[in-house]
Ligand binder design. Structure first.
Ligand SMILES: [Zn+2]
Length: 443
């Protein structure tokens, strides 16, 4: 009888030890999972039935309400309106990050791409460094085609947050590696050629991509997997762009739609007007206006392309406002840019109009101001009667529209429990040490 009870005691001790070890390894996996992630280890949310629905998310980086007002005044005059104002759903969006009232592009793009706040500088990982699945990855897992278009380097914060997971936005080569090896996006168009090593480019070709480096090769490509790197760094400012060599944001956007809008299971496309932000950091109203005008032009082309389609959710928004732009006064004439003019003529008209608008900037950095949100689809349950949403809600709106099941995946539950799990980790470690010492002592 004595022998039996000792064996049971030992058995219970070993069992407890194993449970604690298992708990520890789980805590390790979920709180410190390497951002050099492996998709096969991730729990991706997959809907019960495949559907044809698609999402186009257009982000003006740094595009506040006053940047939009600047575009309206230049393009359409005091009485005119932007065509996106005809979209049926208008909201404003709060943008703070997990650790700062004023967000950067990395945290803001992570919020929209994953539905979770993270710290400034982090790309689709939580503040505790666990990988957060993105709307692009979820779309991919639901058989949708995917695309990313930007005027910045492709490895820059906003596009990176949809295709990669890193703790620092400056880790460009790791972002490039993940885009090439993991993301499998069908259309990737933007700048940043020098961020990709020769081995990355070789891998892309092996994986069936047509790599294009100028406007005509992009327009003439018939490949269904397209990787465009049109500049060594960011795309040139719209004001300086060689219109024959470098595609505009709207041309890249429409090319991506050519490739993506061919799939019976739909697509996800993110389009970023990425350099509005840079011009606003420089407090340069000319570049800010031209960048924002081209972004709105891309939006207009998408709106005309979609017509009254209800199977595609179009969202036009921003990650944050940059520069604290104020419009003080204007002395505008009636000569507006027109489709009948040449590119050069319109450029001249726009320059004059910008000259006749007096602006003020309050900062060289970002602000905490709310940003605009426009979309073509209304009636999304919990957002129906709201005038202000949070940037994380944009993820929920896209998921709801795509009718992807909202089951809490394991990684999401562990994300919510982040600090709690770290506490458990420390406590279990201490318990193991205490039990081992006690065991030694009683031997
Ligand atoms: Zn910025």
């Amino acid at each position: 009888m004595v022998r039996v009870s000792i064996t049971r005691k030992k058995f219970r001790f070993s069992l407890g030890f194993i449970v604690l070890l298992l708990l520890n390894s789980m805590v390790f996996i979920f709180t410190t999972s390497s951002p050099n992630y492996n998709l096969s280890n991730q729990s991706i949310t997959i809907s019960q039935e495949f559907n044809e629905k698609s999402v186009i998310l257009m982000i003006g980086d740094g595009l506040g309400f006053n940047q939009m007002e600047l575009v309206r005044l230049i393009e359409f005059g005091k009485e005119g309106s932007l065509s996106l104002e005809n979209l049926s759903y208008h909201l404003n969006v709060t943008t703070s990050s997990a650790n700062n009232e004023i967000t950067d592009s990395a945290a803001a793009a992570t919020a929209m791409a994953t539905g979770y706040k993270t710290d400034n500088g982090m790309i689709s990982v939580s503040p505790y460094n666990s990988v957060l699945e993105t709307i692009l990855e979820i779309s991919k897992a639901n058989n949708k085609l995917t695309g990313v278009v930007t005027t910045t380097e492709i490895t820059h914060a906003t596009p990176a947050a949809f295709m990669s997971h890193v703790t620092s936005r400056d880790n460009y080569f790791e972002i490039a590696r993940q885009i090439v090896e993991k993301s499998d996006v069908d259309a990737v168009l933007g700048g940043g050629f020098t961020r990709f090593r020769q081995t990355d480019l070789d891998s892309l070709e092996i994986n069936g991509y047509n790599i294009v480096i100028n406007r005509s090769s992009m327009l003439n490509s018939y490949s269904n997997k397209l990787f465009g790197l049109f500049s060594d760094g960011h795309q040139p400012y719209e004001i300086d762009r060689d219109v024959d060599m470098t595609p505009s944001l709207s041309e890249m956007t429409m090319k991506a739609l050519d490739i993506l809008d061919t799939n019976i299971f739909g697509f996800f496309l993110m389009v970023e007007g990425g350099r509005i932000d840079h011009a606003c950091h420089e407090n340069n109203k000319f570049n800010a206006a031209f960048e924002a005008i081209e972004f709105i032009n891309a939006v207009n082309q998408v709106i005309s392309y979609l017509g009254s389609r209800q199977d595609v959710l179009l969202i036009v928004t921003a990650d944050h406002e940059t520069g604290g732009l104020e419009i003080l006064e204007e002395s505008l004439n009636d000569i507006l840019p027109s489709e009948n003019n040449t590119f050069a003529e319109n450029k001249q008209i726009r320059m004059e109009r910008i000259n006749n608008i007096t602006t003020n900037w309050t900062t060289n950095g970002h602000t905490s101001k709310n940003v605009p949100y426009f979309s073509n689809v209304i009636d999304l349950n919990k957002f129906k009667n709201m005038s202000t949403i949070d940037n994380t809600d944009i993820f929920d709106i896209m998921v709801q529209f795509l009718e992807i099941s909202e089951d809490e995946t394991i990684s999401r539950i562990f994300f919510e429990l982040g600090p709690f799990l770290e506490l458990i980790f420390v406590l279990t470690l201490l318990s193991i040490v205490a039990i081992s010492i006690r065991h030694q002592f009683h031997k």
